[in-house]
Design a protein around this ligand. Structure first.
Ligand SMILES: Cc1ncc(COP(=O)(O)O)c(C=O)c1O
Length: 375
């Protein structure tokens, strides 16, 4: 059987990881400034994480959501404390798209409305509502194009006000920092303006923190730089360091209804053990602060390099915009300098390393990066 060929692949097989490094099948060692697309938060093969997974796997991998799973409450307690959202409720699923799907559904149940406001260059996932709220017609199939979503320019509060005034909007969904869209930080005042408008028009404010959350920005959630408290926050990627998991944080104003949301695999025992181990490591190693400190250092060093049009981002979510397509540069970085990076569109390199990156590793990256630029 052939694989369904939807991924343009680098000709490399990664077979091992350790901290901020990965190794290919030929034994070559790579510095990982991509974190497997922002997923590796506590580093590859962290000993505490591996031990937690092994211990849980030897006890119980899975049982259904029809019985008590004490690990879910333990995770909720820890996540509430570390995120500053102790009073919110937690719903667990398996991916980012699923988190947004449930968030949008909940907003519609809550308000009885069905129009959504999203923003230019937004990415919210590939399932039905999530992809409809994603600003990329190439991945929206006719069956997904159901006219639920109106796209507005990011930072245009007048446009948001105009659409909300029509009274038919259930939710405004916005990323803490746009990732796929090229590392775009909402301007000062935009998120608090959206908050006010959502309150005025009884619409639900959903913060997609799937890429920008879980400490990556140097705060637990990127929107915490703006001081707003959204109604719903979605998470995935770094939450379980590569074990598939997504999560929705839901404000106390939403009353749960039996059977309204549900999942077979979401919040399973092994996933919860992985997510609890991740928070243990965040606390012990102060990873949110590390992301802030090392990210600031890395951006400072990158800004000294001539030829980069713009360096932008927060913490360890960094975009490097060039005047030219970056495909060749990324290929040189992988094949010659043995560094993994990501991309956004054609001209932006995206850095999304594990949050355990050190300043020494950042220096190592800078040297390899300069070398690749000079080649
Ligand atoms: C901001 C954002 N939302 C949603 C998603 C979708 O997550 P998943 O691929 O886990 O469905 C992504 C994935 O890149 C993302 O970056």
């Amino acid at each position: 059987m052939k694989l369904f060929d939807v991924y343009p692949l680098f000709d490399i097989e990664i077979v091992k990881g350790e901290g901020c490094y990965t190794y290919d099948a030929d034994g070559n060692k790579y510095l990982d400034l991509y974190g497997g697309h922002a997923v590796i938060s506590v580093g590859h093969s962290h000993p505490h994480y591996l031990q937690a997974l092994q211990e849980q796997a030897s006890r119980l991998v899975f049982y259904s959501n029809s019985v008590i799973n004490g690990l879910q409450q333990r995770l909720a307690d820890k996540l509430g404390k570390i995120s500053g959202y102790d009073d919110y409720q937690l719903f667990l699923i398996n991916s980012g798209a699923e988190a947004n799907e449930n968030a949008l559904k909940l907003a519609s149940f809550h308000t009885g409305k069905k129009r959504v406001l999203a923003f230019g260059k937004a990415f919210h996932g590939r399932t039905s509502l999530a992809v409809e709220a994603t600003d990329n017609p190439k991945i929206v199939a006719p069956i997904n194009a159901n006219s639920h979503v109106t796209f507005l320019p990011l930072n245009d509060l007048d446009a948001v006000a105009g659409e909300l005034a029509k009274g038919d909007v259930c939710a405004v969904i916005v990323e803490g920092i746009q990732g796929v869209g090229g590392i775009r930080i909402p301007e000062n005042g935009f998120l608090s303006g959206v908050r006010e408008l959502c309150d005025r028009h009884e619409a639900v404010m959903i913060l997609d923190e799937i890429q920008s959350g879980y400490g990556r920005s140097g705060k637990f959630f990127a929107h915490q730089y703006s001081g707003v408290r959204p109604d719903i926050i979605t998470m995935a990627k770094g939450i379980a360091n590569g074990f598939p998991m997504g999560a929705v944080l839901i404000s106390p104003k939403f009353a749960p209804v039996y059977g309204q949301l549900g999942t077979t695999f979401g919040g399973n025992h092994l996933a919860c053990a992985a997510a609890i181990a991740v928070i243990d490591i965040f606390e012990k190693e102060n990873l949110v602060e590390n992301a802030r400190r090392v990210g600031e250092y890395l951006m400072g060093e990158l800004r000294k390099i001539p030829g980069i049009k713009e360096v932008r981002g927060r913490g360890l979510m960094i975009g490097l915009e060039f005047d030219y397509p970056v495909k060749e540069l990324r290929t040189r970085l992988i094949n010659e300098e043995r560094v993994f990076t990501g991309a956004s569109g054609t001209n932006v390199i995206r850095l999304l390393p594990p949050l355990v990156l050190t300043c020494e590793q950042a220096d190592d990256f800078i040297n390899r990066f300069k070398h690749a630029l000079e080649a």
